[in-house]
Ligand binder design. Sequence first.
Ligand code: N01
Length: 882
Amino acid sequence: MPLPSASQTPSEMGAAGAQDAQQVDVAVVGAGFAGLYLLIRLRRAGFTAVALDTADDVGGTWYWNRYPGARCDIQTTDYSYTFDPELESAWHWSEKYATQPEILRYLGFVADRYDLRRDIRFGTKVLTATWDEAAQRWLLTTDNGKPVSCRYYIMASGCLSAPKPPEIDGVGDFKGEIYFTGRWPHDGVELAGKRVAVIGTGSSGVQSIPKIAEQAARLTVFQRTPNFAFPAHNGPSPADRVAALEKDRADYRAQARMSLTGVPLERATEFSWQLSEAERRQRFEKALAAGDLVAMLSQLWADQGGDLEGNALASDLLRERIRSIVKDPETAEALTPRDHPFGSKRPCLETDYYATFNRPNVTLVNLRQEPIQAITASGIKTDRRSFDLDVIVFATGFDAMTGAITSVHPIAGRGGKSISDVWASGPKTYLGLTVAGFPNLFMITGPGSPSVFSNMVVSIEQHADWVVDCLMAMREAGFTAIEATEAAQAGWARHMADCSQLTLHRLANTWYTGANVPGKAPGLMPYPGGVGPYRTICDEVVSRGMLGFTLSGPNGAAQCDDGEIVRLQPDVRLVLNMLADLNLPPLESFGAEGARGFVAQFNATRPAGRPVGEVLDGTLAGADGPLPYRLYRPATPGPHPIVVYFHGGGWVLGDAQSDDPFCRDMCRRSGMIFVSVGYRHAPEHRFPAAAEDGYAALRWIGEHAAELGGRPGPLLVAGWSAGGNIAAVTCQLARDRGGPSIAGQLLVNPVTDCTFDRPSYVENATGYFLTRSLMYWFWDLYCSPADRTDPRASPLRGKLEGLPAAFVVTCEFDPLRDEGIAYAEALAAAGVPVEQLQAGGHFHSSFTMVDVVATGVDGRAKMAEALRRFAEVEEAMPKAAE
Ligand code: N01
């Protein structure tokens, strides 16, 4: 089959090639888990389809990766198709973790059971894929047999199917045998009596090294980066997992689909600081005994995956285990990962991996200390020594995800644009399923979808179902082309970036981020927001009229509902969905007492805040009698600057307890004393009680600063919501009433004015917890309409010159957003130094729901930095508290 020449236009090529092409509705690349399931679904839906695969049989990744020790590391209870209960009962796995041959048998069994091979062209490589604009079809040229003309083209080419080149000089000079784990010979390799090298210690290396060591005369392992690994404990499937599946198979599968990883295991909800060291160790031992990747990654403590301190506790326990197995201390240290947090790089399940390094025939070469200079005719030369070898095994990994698509063949979309060019600075996709400019092209588990962060089979089934359902709906509606919009795609990129903030993947050089391939654009490729949330997003795209897609068809049929599917931060979306599911009556319908009770009850279910140096309760003098306060002291040596803090709650609700996690967090981050003031509440004490209490508290704290452990010098003031209002007012009163001196004010979502017609009040009137009607209610209880223009109620209406420097935080989905911005702008216009944080995707409670809205971390870090600048604190914070 001649290759299309560069001078041919897609239409010419289409016209020429299409004449004798195999005509199908859908062409699929790949006959692994994804390709096989697609064929089943497409056939059942009445589409004509063909799958093309370079391999001679089904299996995909399991066809190629036949190296010694190759197994799956998701348990067989979960690593199976779930679409057909009869298939599930017809197949029995022999072990907890299936070997590569058993998985290959399974896929062959599936192919036979559904008679799939007749629609698969084996031994066929697609050479080019070109969108023919005139015909509205894809034309594929192949190296074997007819070209293919298809309406829809689906890449089911996996995530890890393009092995990475060795990137070491001299490979061609080596006179011995060379093998790649990802392309292992099908008739096996004889290693007995040979001197073997393995380069690479990822999952493939960790699985193959113990097996190769058993066979080879000598094994030398060349390691660049040690990985975290823990035992697989293979054997029969665990009885409890099997029982859970068999008790209610449909429910088990449904839970898997809505879980974060595609495996229905409960995640830890307690934070590391809520557990004693003994409790933490007990959990670790339990996860270790389970021999399960998902258990170790999610069941230790809630902060293990997203927080450096929580993660370090897990990493340390895993490191300790390495030292307990590997006898030679230098080798043990070399095998100990220290350059990345646990889970940020794909961890491995191991069987005898560490113990293998105690064998007399095994040597570890630490490439960090002695890099490879070259491969020579006789072996490998590092900058310290030479190793004579008979065999070199490259377990050096893959050009992952994007490589699994771009390296298959050139793909030319609308206007001849190449997907490799579009992705030159990193993958751009909508939902990891489609790419703008490439109509009717779909990717199964593509970059931007949960894919390799999940049990692949669950994600494959979800994608295949979504695509085939989409094609059926299009056929029904008379559409023949679908394409993602640029706006939807850009929105997805932003959502991906938001989700990434919840993980520690940015702190490791891995194939997840493209860092393993020289020159590849960096960026996290799999979707880190979880399988269940991702599924609900894909479903929402459909329920919102294929939001973010242009659909078109013959006779001018066209539809485009453009927009971004997720505008909220990922955790804010989850919180708001959870609240919506509770279907609570409006807070204001409880009355003031009832609302206080409700909030107290809600707060009681929250995890305890993080430890600080000291927390003590006391009493200070308010405007009209004693007021309670709670003081948070950092663990660092004092004296510290003091921040006078006012809690939120619409002047009606709240107390030190309600804002306790925020105060603890800010105390730790800023290294400052926070004094949370218990000012009087409405309706019992209406305006100006709260404002006057705020000022009185400020004075009292200023006068008692030294006793409280405060540093001499000006105070700082901070507050959230109505507390932000009191903080702003307090600064104005302190200026006008002769002090005390204030170095800076931190206003978080402050109430600053008594008008309700700014756009944010309209756009965010409902649906974001703080509603417009709740704000009306707060104002009514606090302040009569006649008093509301008093600057002590609406500080925006006061004189703003000469106020302390301010840091003003506003959130996109908050009715109070625009009055916060207006206050910041008015302060700036009055000559006050102001910084703003306009937090996109956040809602009114984002920064104070400390342990629920993890994406608020970045904002709180900025707030703490601002306080430290205001107070002119120069010494750096201890690393862990940052
Ligand atoms: O590949 P990898 P893999 N010189 O990229 C090293 C899945 N999988 O094939 O980390 C020297 O993880 C590289 O070093 P560094 C699983 O998702 C699953 O092992 O880049 N060394 C690393 O040590 C897995 O994560 C299963 O510094 C070089 C290793 O080679 C993914 O596939 C089994 C080098 C590559 O590790 C990939 O795993 C197998 C060089 N030039 C795989 N280049 C199961 O289900 C690379 N390295 C169990």
